[in-house]
Design a protein around this ligand. Structure first.
Ligand code: NAP
Ligand code: 8YV
Length: 321
């Protein structure tokens, strides 16, 4: 397959780059001095892209590659790829579903407990010497007992989160665009109705234009002053300024966030608040799971260019070779 040219616009895990380099002719755009000139010279031959979420694969970028057949995305979320445009041009987009589901659900439950039980704040209390010199850490106002949890985005990861939450004995409800056939949790027709009905809202929804700022001031108002907001999905789904205002003004009680609107930049105002728990997008961040994701990125390109068809094409590009 050495006659097939693959471009990696940005860095990827070494195990991905090593395998792609062995199988294909791999171009490492980010390592080039004059990236524009390099792109111009290799683009006519490029048939596959291997990308991570840090690279914007929009219409303008895709248009560089007249022979492009596949975009292999490292991550289940592919909001950085214009899959609709790719679909219109018969370019397959693939992502990395399933292999990260349980890992991300584990992280979410950690974030839920950290936020509800103020674990980072209480650990800080100990480290600062307050336990010995001042007093025990104050009792928390929130508890998982009696919570009703609303999941926005009950897909693969959302269901794995719900399964874990069931073990904690909390009530669960959800909102998606469509009702899920194989669950009995109460369904709410709109995000706002869900927020009004629950005490904790967990967002596991994808990014992209359809969900952009969908979690806004009205949703936080509906969630209410005892409400806890958890985001493990995408930061772009949240109006971050509205969230900061809601946290500052106690429109909601607290938030636990793994994702942000302009990653890796987290607003100083959010960092300054003591009713937030902030994680640096570590949802799938273990060697175990990232290796599985990386292998999928390689396997998808290999399968396609070996004439074996696409593995897990996304909804916008569902066809076979
Ligand atoms: P999935 O199985 O496709 O689930 C997404 C769910 O969101 C589906 O149930 C879908 O249902 C719902 N949804 C999509 N668009 C919606 C909209 N506009 N309004 C309401 N509901 C909507 O995907 P997944 O594997 O669970 O992954 C979910 C997301 O988690 C990813 O896209 C990614 O952004 C994020 N993620 C984050 C991390 C992390 O490290 N923090 C790691 C992995 C994934 P309907 O189609 O019926 O609406
Ligand atoms: C990725 C994620 O690790 O899969 C996703 O959608 O958000 C994470 O699992 C991240 O996109 C890689 O940078």
């Amino acid at each position: 397959m050495k006659d097939i040219h693959i471009l990696a616009p940005g860095p990827l895990m070494p195990m991905v780059l090593d395998q792609l380099g062995e199988k294909f002719t791999l171009h490492r755009l980010w390592e080039q001095q004059d990236k524009d000139a390099y792109l111009k010279s290799v683009a006519p031959d490029v048939r596959g892209l291997a990308v991570g979420g840090h690279v914007k694969v929009d219409q303008a970028f895709i248009s560089h590659f007249p022979k492009l057949e596949m975009v292999s995305n490292f991550g289940v979320g592919y909001d950085s790829v214009d899959a609709k445009y790719a679909g219109q041009h018969k370019i397959i987009v693939t992502n990395t579903p399933d292999v990260l589901t349980e890992e991300v659900a584990d992280t979410c439950l950690g974030l839920v407990l950290m936020t509800v039980k103020e674990m980072p704040q209480s650990e800080q209390w100990l480290r600062a010497g307050h336990w010995a010199n001042k007093s025990p850490y104050p009792l928390t106002h929130t508890t998982l007992r009696g919570q009703k949890v609303g999941i926005f985005g009950l897909g693969r990861i959302g269901k794995a989160i719900a399964k874990r939450l069931e073990a904690f004995g909390v009530e669960i409800a959800y909102h998606n665009r469509r009702k899920v056939a194989d669950v009995s949790y109460p369904y709410y027709n709109s995000l706002q109705e869900l927020a009004a009905a629950v005490t904790m809202l967990i967002s596991v929804a994808p990014g992209g234009p359809e969900t952009h700022h969908i979690i806004n001031a009205d949703v936080f108002k509906a969630l209410g002053p005892k409400g806890i907001f958890i985001n493990i999905g995408r930061g772009s789904a949240v109006d971050e300024q509205a969230m900061i205002a809601a946290l500052k003004n106690k429109v909601i009680w607290s938030a636990g966030l793994d994702v942000f609107e302009h990653e890796p930049h987290v607003p100083a105002e959010l960092i300054a608040l003591d009713n937030t728990v902030l994680l640096p997008h570590i949802g799938s961040g273990t060697h175990h799971t990232r290796n599985l994701m990386g292998q999928l990125v390689v396997d998808k390109l290999t399968s396609w260019f070996a004439g074996k068809g696409p593995i897990t094409p996304v909804a916008e590009t569902p066809w076979k070779k």
